[in-house]
Design a protein around this ligand. Structure first.
Ligand SMILES: [Fe+2]
Ligand SMILES: [Fe+2]
Length: 165
């Protein structure tokens, strides 16, 4: 059984056995991951702004920042989908939140591939920078929604268990 510290298991939710997951732990790990993603998004946003300002070398740095965020977000989405589908209490409201999250993840995966394609094939760094700007804004909003919706189902259930147990 691994030690339950979000730091140690930063990106590893998907590698845990289902019996090792509990709602409070999953919530803590996902919140830590969201904080890390916010840092990567801030860096990505800065690199895109550098390209718009035509800073020397900014095109390469933007491409690196795109790949860093793409890998971290892809790992996060995979673990988040599995953990929440396994642990969230099944109610009409939670099912709706889960379905919305999956739709958002499909959209984000499509946009990640579009950015990777622009990063690998296009000499037009400005176009990539503009695409990145819209993507960063959308992912920030999506994480806020996940925290106020999906993750609140986990939190409320744990509190109820403690209060009634
Ligand atoms: Fe998500
Ligand atoms: Fe998330």
């Amino acid at each position: 059984m691994p030690t339950k510290t979000p730091n140690r298991l930063h990106w590893l939710l998907r590698e845990l056995d289902d019996t090792e997951l509990d709602q409070e732990f999953v919530r803590d790990v996902l919140l830590v991951q969201h904080d890390r993603l916010r840092e990567l998004l801030a860096t990505l946003d800065e690199r895109a702004a550098d390209v718009i300002r035509a800073e020397p070398g900014s095109g390469l740095e933007l491409r690196e920042a795109v790949e860093n965020l793409a890998q971290a977000l892809t790992d996060h989405m995979r673990g988040e989908e599995h953990a929440l589908a396994t642990l969230m209490p099944l109610t009409p409201a939670s099912g709706q939140a889960l379905a919305y999250m999956r739709e958002e993840h499909v959209r984000q995966r499509t946009e990640i591939e579009a950015m990777r394609s622009l990063a690998s094939s296009s000499a037009d760094a400005i176009r990539l920078a503009l695409t990145v700007g819209a993507f960063v804004a959308a992912v920030r909003i999506d994480m806020e929604l996940e925290e106020s919706q999906c993750l609140s189902f986990l939190h409320v259930t744990d509190r109820y268990r403690q209060a009634s147990g």
